[in-house]
Design a protein around this ligand. Structure first.
Ligand code: KDG
Length: 341
């Protein structure tokens, strides 16, 4: 009903940018439809990015390519949507990289805790040789996917329903949902919690029913997916920065005329730049909104954050070989970490 759709929080959504550039035409007179599924809601930065992608593609293809967005994990969680791309029943999605590490172990590099000090570092790695190399590898691997670019999920924060968490000791026995990713499981086990991997599609219900006590996601997700309704506390841990990877079904890609393939590449690039900007703004606003919604938000002092960091450092050693060389060392170099031994 009307009430349910009027969120108590009021995020600022700036209008989508104007699309510039010539119309793109292909030799065939066919029309194409892209179903684009995402896990997050209409109030997320992810959705705003995809809305701009839609506008860009529809305008520049002169309506020949139509984009329909399916938000809120209505087509399933990230892994389910990626399989749908591979089998050709869905054209696009932009999952977190984390659930994809079984398919591409190198993506685990983004699950290393406390890797990026700031947004600039993340952008530099993703937009530079490291990030571009990973996109190419995934596209070349014949796994039914074309990897078109990065956008941002963001820095992850812990929420729980049991009490304030400001040291690893507070995590003892805490049942926490993680993404379906081995490093995330190890991070939380190493910190003393009791992690369970689960698809995003099941998360709200699991929190609501108390199957898990906590979860971790960026502020904008905690707000837009209404986790604050079922979680009383949040801790500003910033423990992992998660990228979104823009993926297209290779079956669909192969059917697209070359000028449209280029248009999709350009649109993914445009989306990346715009989405990161909006996401960062929304994330800042969300943090404030969550306080107004009554969440207790615990900030960590440098010493407190360092206690978490020190305790999870062994994870770097454990995953160094799985991530492999030279990627591991290149990322350590780009982020200024001294963790190569
Ligand atoms: O489409 C993106 C979401 O499904 C998911 O990746 C969000 O960070 C996320 C999580 O915790 O699963």
């Amino acid at each position: 009903g009307a009430l349910a759709t009027t969120a108590a929080h009021a995020l600022e959504f700036p209008p989508l940018p104007e699309v510039t550039g010539k119309k793109v035409t292909a030799d065939d007179d066919k029309t194409y439809t892209i179903k684009f599924g995402i896990g997050l809601t209409e109030e997320s930065g992810q959705y705003r990015g995809v809305q701009y992608f839609k506008k860009y593609v529809e305008e520049r293809s002169d309506g020949k390519i139509k984009v329909n967005i399916f938000p809120n994990a209505q087509l399933g969680g990230d892994l389910k949507m990626v399989s749908a791309l591979q089998s050709g029943t869905l054209e696009m999605t932009s999952p977190s990289t984390s659930p994809l590490v079984n398919m591409e172990p190198k993506l685990a590099v983004f699950d290393l805790p406390f890797l990026f000090d700031d947004y600039e570092q993340a952008d530099k790695v993703l937009d530079g040789d490291i990030g571009q190399g990973l996109l190419k590898k995934i596209s070349d691997d014949n796994n039914g996917l074309v990897a078109l670019g990065w956008s941002e999920n963001g820095y992850r924060e812990l929420t729980d329903s049991t009490g304030v968490v400001d040291s690893p000791d507070d995590l003892n026995g805490l049942k926490i949902r993680t993404m379906q990713n081995p490093i995330h499981l190890d991070i939380w086990r190493t910190l003393g919690a009791n992690p369970t991997p689960m698809s995003f599609a099941e998360l709200f219900t699991a929190l609501d029913q108390g199957t898990v006590d906590g979860q971790e996601n960026p502020w904008i997700t905690i707000l837009s997916s209404r986790f604050y309704e079922v979680q009383s506390n949040a801790t500003a841990t910033d423990h992992v920065y998660t990228p979104f990877i823009t993926l297209m079904s290779a079956r669909f890609w192969d059917r697209l005329p070359a000028p449209y393939q280029q248009l999709i590449r350009d649109a993914s690039d445009e989306m990346k730049t715009y989405q990161r900007k909006v996401n960062r703004q929304l994330n800042k606003e969300a943090r404030e909104q969550l306080k107004q919604e009554g969440m207790t938000i615990t900030e960590l002092t440098d010493e407190q954050r360092d206690a978490f960091r020190q305790k999870v450092l062994p994870v770097y050693k454990d995953y160094k070989d799985k991530i492999g060389q030279p990627l591991f060392d290149n990322v350590m170099k780009a982020t200024g970490h001294q963790m190569s031994q």
